[in-house]
Design a protein around this ligand. Structure first.
Ligand SMILES: [Zn+2]
Length: 347
């Protein structure tokens, strides 16, 4: 991937910030990401959430809370001009367990499963052996294994076939009083699956303080490295002081896990265009009203010859005006609603 348009536009997180400047490319439909809750209990059915009306209701409340974190919360620390926050702080990303009443909450029994920390082998192979279709969603694995209260997740690569996961061990006896914290932990891990790094140093996905393409100037300010990295601490509240480097960012490790910046939204939507997580976006997500038009309105100097040498998923139509040539050296993927008419040539 070294075409001019890749370097100048498609690889940049800034190109994918939703609702920025009304640019058609970034006027994205809300991306619904299909997930599964896989609950692993002991062989005798104890441990972890239970297959009861009450516990399923708790899990749906947890889902609602984690979706709120992608659509509702302002930053606790000042942002730096000229940053424009997303309208209502809505990232245009939502996680779904499926239709009401048929939510994909699955229960499994086995001491080896309950005690597992293996999101690459035992857990996915068990899920797939019950129903291979369950690998078509992004899987969250809840087990009882002790892991020092740490969750983790996979980060997406350009290998689209990669199975993404969130690992949530430590669910020996999850009490309702811990559900809100659990929703924050899951929200943080889902951020990783969308390509987000920590805002602090540590934990295997370090803040990108000196990587210009990934640097978050709308969190840390300019010039680089600004206030990067933030400080990793659960307490105190991120709202106590505006300049203590303790923030409520979803990737901050603070108990106030709730905010994503516009550039982080750009990183997530970039993953949903280019990386493995995109295959979990609902096939229903398609917006015919805001096509990508390769004309003067595209935020690049006018080009009569385009080369796409990258594998991209679009959630809109792609319109190639008369007199413009598009050479596709890789692949363009669209949801089924766009498949028949998605690439249009104007003559
Ligand atoms: Zn993390």
């Amino acid at each position: 991937m070294n075409s001019d348009v890749w370097t100048a536009f498609f690889k940049k997180k800034e190109s994918y910030i939703p609702y920025q400047n009304g640019n058609p490319f970034t006027t994205t439909p809300k991306k619904i990401i299909e997930i599964n809750f896989n609950i692993f209990q002991r062989s005798n059915g104890t441990g972890n959430f239970q297959n009861t009306v009450a516990d399923k209701a708790r899990l749906l409340v947890i889902l609602g809370w984690l979706n709120d974190k992608y659509s509702a919360f302002p930053p606790s620390d000042p942002v730096y001009p000229p940053i424009q926050e997303l309208p209502q702080f809505d990232d245009q990303i939502e996680f779904s367990l499926g239709p009401t009443g048929q939510e994909r909450i699955f229960f499994y029994q086995g001491d080896n499963l309950f005690n597992s920390l293996d999101p690459y082998g035992l857990l996915p192979s068990t899920v797939a052996s019950v129903d291979p279709n369950r690998m078509n969603q992004l899987n969250l694995y809840f087990t009882g294994a002790y892991n020092n209260n740490a969750f983790w997740a996979s980060m997406p690569t350009f290998n689209i076939s990669e199975d993404m996961f969130v690992m949530a061990p430590g669910q020996n006896n999850p009490l309702p009083s811990g559900d809100f914290v659990l929703s924050g932990g899951i929200a943080h891990e889902l951020g990783h699956t969308l390509g987000l790094y920590h805002t602090y140093l540590g934990g295997g996905a370090n803040a990108q303080c000196d990587v210009p393409d990934e640097y978050l100037s709308d969190i840390f300010g300019l010039p680089e490295p600004g206030t990067c990295p933030s400080i990793y601490t659960w307490e105190p509240s991120s709202w106590v002081s505006p300049n203590d480097r303790i923030t409520n960012n979803i990737m901050s490790g603070n108990k106030d896990t709730e905010y994503e910046s516009p550039m982080q939204a750009g990183q997530m939507h970039r993953s949903l265009a280019l990386k493995a997580t995109r295959k979990y976006v609902s096939e229903e997500v398609f917006n015919p009203d805001y096509p990508v038009l390769l004309n003067n309105n595209f935020p690049l100097p006018f080009l009569s010859n385009w080369v796409f040498d990258f594998n991209i998923k679009l959630y809109t139509d792609l319109i190639i005006p008369a007199g413009v040539t598009l050479t596709v050296k890789c692949e363009i993927v669209m949801p089924y609603k766009g498949k028949k008419s998605s690439v249009k040539e104007e003559n």
